[in-house]
Design a protein around this ligand. Structure first.
Ligand SMILES: [Mg+2]
Ligand SMILES: [Zn+2]
Length: 181
C-alpha cells in the first residue's frame, strides 16, 4: 500500500485526556513528536482531523487549533467547529473533513490511514470513506473497545495500537513491505 496521507485525531490520540483542553494548555504525549517525525521522515503527509465543538461556544477559535497543529509539525489540519446540534456535514463520524482533505490534496482516501481513539466517531468516519483504520488504546481507546463497543458495532479496526507511535510504526512497515514486493 502506498500511503498517501495519515489523518490523526487530537484529544486522546496525540495528547490530552480525551476531553476539551484549550490549545494553550494542551500537552502532547511524550511519544507524539517522535511519531510525527517518523511520518515526515517517510514522506507521508500528516493531517490533524478533529471535532472541536467548544469553538461554537466561543471557548477557542479555529486559528487557536490550526496554529497548534502546525506548530506540532502537521502538514494541515481539518477541524469541525460545530456543535452536535448544528447538523453539519463535517462533525465526525460524518466524512466531511476527510472529503475536504481529499479534494484539497487530490487524495485517494482508500490509500489513507486514520488514527484515533474513538470508535463511534474516528473509526466510523474512516470506515465510511474506505480509509484504513487504527484505534489507539490511549484516551477513550480502551473503552471504545469494551464499554462503548456497541456504538460502532460491525466495524473492525485494521489494527489496534497501544499508542500513536506504535500505530505510526505499523504504517511505516506497511509501506516498506509494499516496496519489497
Ligand atoms: Mg479523540
Ligand atoms: Zn462541522
Amino acid at each position: 500500500m502506498n500511503v498517501e496521507a495519515v489523518f490523526i485525531d487530537r484529544d486522546g490520540t496525540i495528547g490530552g485526556t480525551g476531553h476539551f483542553i484549550h490549545p494553550k494548555d494542551f500537552n502532547l504525549y511524550p511519544f507524539s513528536k517522535t511519531a510525527l517525525e517518523v511520518l515526515k521522515d517517510n514522506n507521508i503527509k500528516t493531517f490533524a482531523c478533529t471535532n472541536q465543538n467548544r469553538i461554537s461556544r466561543g471557548q477557542a477559535t479555529i486559528d487557536d487549533f490550526y496554529n497548534e497543529f502546525i506548530a506540532y509539525g502537521f502538514d494541515d489540519a481539518f477541524i469541525c467547529p460545530h456543535s452536535p446540534n448544528d447538523d453539519c456535514d463535517c462533525r465526525k463520524p460524518k466524512p466531511g473533513l476527510l472529503l475536504e482533505a481529499a479534494k484539497k490534496y487530490n487524495l485517494d482516501l482508500s490509500n489513507t490511514v486514520f488514527i484515533g481513539d474513538v470508535g463511534s466517531t474516528d473509526m466510523l468516519a474512516a470506515h465510511s470513506v474506505g480509509a484504513m483504520k487504527i484505534l489507539v488504546r490511549t484516551g477513550w481507546g480502551q473503552s471504545s473497545l469494551d464499554k462503548y463497543r456497541d456504538t460502532w458495532v460491525g466495524i473492525e479496526p485494521d489494527y489496534i495500537a497501544e499508542n500513536l507511535l506504535e500505530a505510526v510504526n505499523w504504517i511505516v512497515k506497511l509501506g516498506t513491505a509494499d516496496k519489497k514486493q
